[in-house]
Write a protein that binds this ligand. Structure first.
Ligand code: SF4
Ligand code: SF4
Length: 72
């Protein structure tokens, strides 16, 4: 199943390290690495979209939903 998530959350270089996504992620997917958020456990992502919606930097967090989810 993990290979379906290779298009998982992507955090861009524009991350300002506000920690909002790390704090709000319900799945402990994200963590801080220095002053940037990084994806630690992509397989744990629930695709809730909170990280993308709440990030204050437009376009910083991007992801594509797994094809299996869209079909199912
Ligand atoms: S979509 Fe939801 S579960 Fe996945 S990384 Fe973002 S906040 Fe966490
Ligand atoms: S919410 Fe956006 S700017 Fe803030 S740490 Fe996460 S990715 Fe970076």
């Amino acid at each position: 199943m993990a290979d379906q998530l290779t298009d998982g959350p992507q955090i861009g270089d524009t991350c300002i390290g506000c920690v909002v996504c790390v704090d709000l992620c319900p799945g402990d997917v994200l963590r801080m690495e220095g002053d940037k958020a990084v994806v630690e456990y992509a397989d744990e992502c629930w695709w809730c979209g909170v990280c993308r919606v709440e990030c204050p930097v437009e376009g910083c967090v991007k992801f594509k939903f797994p094809v299996a989810m869209m079909n199912g």
